[in-house]
Design a protein around this ligand. Structure first.
Ligand SMILES: NC(=O)c1ccc[n+]([C@@H]2O[C@H](COP(=O)([O-])OP(=O)(O)OC[C@H]3O[C@@H](n4cnc5c(N)ncnc54)[C@H](OP(=O)(O)O)[C@@H]3O)[C@@H](O)[C@H]2O)c1
Length: 220
């Protein structure tokens, strides 16, 4: 039984990750801004009131967790807004950097005392953060913030190698959630199953890689 912390756990892909991890017997710590009824029904430990864009996130998490060790941290919380060249809303762009790019680093750095040799860190990014894969432009804040977190994930992989902690950067697929207004190619259960499989197969040999939840290696 692994102990797994998931951010953005109250809905969407994060909620489904919690559901599947709990049902296979893992001890799940669901982190969110606000508890949802769906999360409550799963019956796992919940740490709410955690906004990953808030610099106080470390204090909140360490107060609850103390020195409890974590086998897996899944940085899933994220936000998407649409900006085109004709509509560059700087506040929205900054917000996406705070949540999507800095959030996973805030959370992971706060949890460093809880990670042990063999622990794994996953960052749920997007292939929209891939420079090579960008064939359609636009969405400045989302694309830039996800490209930034991809780089952070690679740095984390290097920095945590000596401690035997592996890091993977994962695209969940195009998933029907609130983020996509219900549009997509797959539903959260398929995405979550793939994400969990990718985390399970992660080793120190594959640390720092960027993968689709279906296993495909993605270009940076
Ligand atoms: N759906 C897709 O097709 C798709 C594709 C590529 C990548 N992704 C990525 O997959 C992850 C999950 O997305 P999703 O589709 O499940 O989206 P979602 O249904 O919109 O859920 C987003 C989750 O992130 C949380 N969140 C947002 N801002 C936060 C903040 N400041 N602090 C803490 N939590 C925050 C939300 O909590 P609240 O309820 O409090 O807002 C919610 O739990 C995101 O990182 C997203 O970028 C999704």
């Amino acid at each position: 039984m692994a102990s797994v912390l998931v951010t953005g756990a109250n809905r969407g892909i994060g909620l489904e990750l919690v559901r599947q991890l709990k049902s296979r017997g893992d001890e799940v710590i669901a982190v969110c801004r606000q508890q949802s009824q769906a999360l409550d029904r799963i019956g796992v430990e919940v740490i709410d009131g955690v906004d990953v864009s808030d610099d106080r996130v470390g204090g909140i998490l360490s107060e609850v967790l103390g020195r409890r060790s974590l086998d897996i941290v899944i940085n899933n919380a994220g936000v998407l807004t649409q900006e085109s060249l004709e509509d560059l809303d700087w506040e929205r762009i900054r917000r996406q950097f705070e949540v999507n790019a800095l959030g996973p680093i805030r959370v992971t750095s706060a949890l460093l005392p809880n990670l042990v040799t063999g622990s794994k860190v996953a960052i749920v990014t997007s292939r929209m953060g891939s420079i090579e894969d960008n064939t359609s432009g636009s969405r400045y804040g989302y694309r830039m913030s996800k490209a930034a977190v991809n780089m952070a994930g690679r740095s984390l992989a290097h920095d945590l190698k000596a401690r035997g902690i592996a890091v993977v950067i994962l695209h969940p697929g195009y998933v029907r959630t609130e983020m996509t207004d219900g549009q997509g190619l797959i539903d959260p259960p398929e995405s979550a199953t793939g994400l969990i499989a990718r985390i399970d197969e992660l080793t120190m040999t594959t640390t720092g890689t960027f993968r689709h939840s279906n296993g495909e290696a993605l270009p940076w």
